[in-house]
Design a protein around this ligand. Structure first.
Ligand SMILES: [Zn+2]
Length: 188
């Protein structure tokens, strides 16, 4: 299967967070999710400042001053909210997008390379839909650490991963837990 530009595009969100990357077009979805800033303020929102947004869009062949950045941000934030809420996502805002589909010479259905932010949003939603139909969407997760919330691809056998990196976020949580246990014991 060909995934075209997505694999070749410079990854800026996924790369800066050094996460396990999702397969196929889900990589684009994950990349969009990881344009979000972290709470600590060290990693900026890549779809906020104009220069950063332009750089991110250039990697997908879209002009930096294209209209619709706020719509793309709305889509990203809605997807993040849905992932955080799990099964209980009645509060996720409704977002619409459309993609141009192509039946290619080999008989495969692909999306046309997006030339606008609206088309990019369409490709993102289509990739989410494909994953939902295939039953793999549950592997796209946001890190359980509230200060992190990086989007990672959980490739564990039973889809039980909760940290984007067990050595960092997982360790911090374990340390906090054992400290709390020690403090509780000290008070006994
Ligand atoms: Zn994390």
């Amino acid at each position: 299967m060909r995934y075209g530009y997505v694999v070749e595009a410079a990854e800026q969100g996924n790369t800066r967070y050094r996460v396990a990357v999702a397969p196929g077009d889900l990589r684009l979805v994950q990349e969009l999710l990881n344009t979000a800033a972290k709470d600590d303020g060290r990693d900026p929102d890549l779809l906020d400042a104009a220069a950063l947004t332009a750089q991110w869009l250039r990697a997908y062949g879209i002009a930096g001053d294209s209209p619709g950045v706020s719509d793309l941000r709305t889509l990203r934030d809605a997807l993040r909210e849905a992932l955080l809420a799990g099964d209980d996502h009645a509060g996720t805002p409704r977002v619409t997008a459309s993609a141009r589909l192509v039946l290619d010479a080999g008989g495969a259905v692909t999306t046309e390379a997006p030339d606008s932010l609206a088309a990019l949003a369409g490709r993102v939603l289509l990739a989410v839909r494909d994953a939902q139909l295939a039953g793999t969407w549950s592997r796209m997760k946001l890190c359980r650490n509230p200060a992190c919330r990086v989007a990672f691809w959980d490739s564990s056998r039973n889809t039980s991963g909760v940290w984007h990196d067990v050595r960092t976020c997982g360790n911090v949580a374990n340390l906090r837990k054992s400290r709390a246990r020690r403090a509780a014991r000290a008070q006994e």
